[in-house]
Design a protein around this ligand. Sequence first.
Ligand code: ASP
Length: 450
Amino acid sequence: MKVIKFGGSSLASATQLEKVLQIVKEDVSRKFVVVSAPGKRSSEDIKVTDLLIAYYNAYLNNENTTELIKKIVDRYEAILDELGINKDVLNDIQQAIQQLATLPKEDNPHLLDAFLASGEDNNAKLVASFFQQRGLNARYKNPLDLGIIVSDEPGNARILPSSASKINQFKATEEILVIPGFFGFTEAGEICTFSRGGSDITGSIVAAGVEADIYENFTDVDGIFVAHPGIIQEPKTIKELTYREMRELAYAGFAVLHDEALMPAYRASIPVVIKNTNNPNHPGTLITTSRTIEHDPVVGIASDQGFASIYISKYLMNRELGFGRRLLQILEELGLSYEHMPSGIDDISIILRERQLTIDIEEELMQRLEHELEPDELRITHGLSMLMVVGEGMRQRIGVMADSTSALALNKINLEMINQGSSEVSIMFGIREDQEKKAIQALYQTFFEE
Ligand code: ASP
């Protein structure tokens, strides 16, 4: 049995919904259908979720909401009209959207969540009605009835462990259950959404809860690319990768799935496949707990900008008891988290995200490091990019590091830092941001073209 999730672009218009219907019809094991709110139909279009945020702001500021309500309801109506089906469900949708503006504003930490969630909730009703009218045995299923119980953290909810056994009761469903993504209910019965893009999380939770054979995540690309398509023209797609590889790539900016979405599926060892609604015959990208490594040691190359590196060197650092602790304590006291800490005998670098460093914090940090650690050398470099070469196959293959560094050297890319974690799933290079594009191209050529 399969859990299948469709993103907003797969549900933005009648044309897209027809494709969705075909996909669900094609395979009787697709019993749990998780949906996002209608997304953009074109690049200028506005997602329903964003319209709901505008509606929420207008309501909060006592502005006129009539236009916005109409705009939102019109989106659903346009889809129903284009589908040419019975529009009974529209009354429900209209009422639900209008009623949002009767919810209490004072002392209501869940107000925004109620607005946001209605995008997916109403879409699930629409999709269920569409499926029924096209002869499928389908039904809308509310997350509360399904047992998606979450922590009381508005806009950033987490699933509670007690949900799993509740959701599991629906495992043997005969009907197709159409479930709105993106939100659950607290134990006190309040609506709470996951963070933005969180319908992926719902899909993963449901897949884990019903012990699905696979979690199919349908989006608008053929799968995960081996490198960023903004840098490499028509990059290859990854056929299969492990959760660990995915995590490494996601860390450095690969954002196909919501970061947190892998967790429930990973814990339950459920494979995830990313597929394209517009090209469903493409096999997509499969994410599994383990994979057989055939030829290619590298699955993907990613990079992320916005890092700074603090270099500290001190003669006989290796013998100075407590040096590392004092260093980390300074970071902690300034509320700074670090990403990597490559070190040598007498030196250490701290790599952190630049966005944490205001001018004041940076000044205080450098002063404290100077006074409390008394280094021989201390400097900070801004504008770094972390380049990651990822692949479980590296462990069995000699020379991935050599191939990478020589490709980078040939292209005159200066390496500010090299880091290979002990898991040997990735090699990381710190380079200057302005050399990032060239570096990715050089590595792509080395590992995917030659
Ligand atoms: N509709 C929500 C958003 O735009 C959730 C989702 O699409 O996954 O963030």
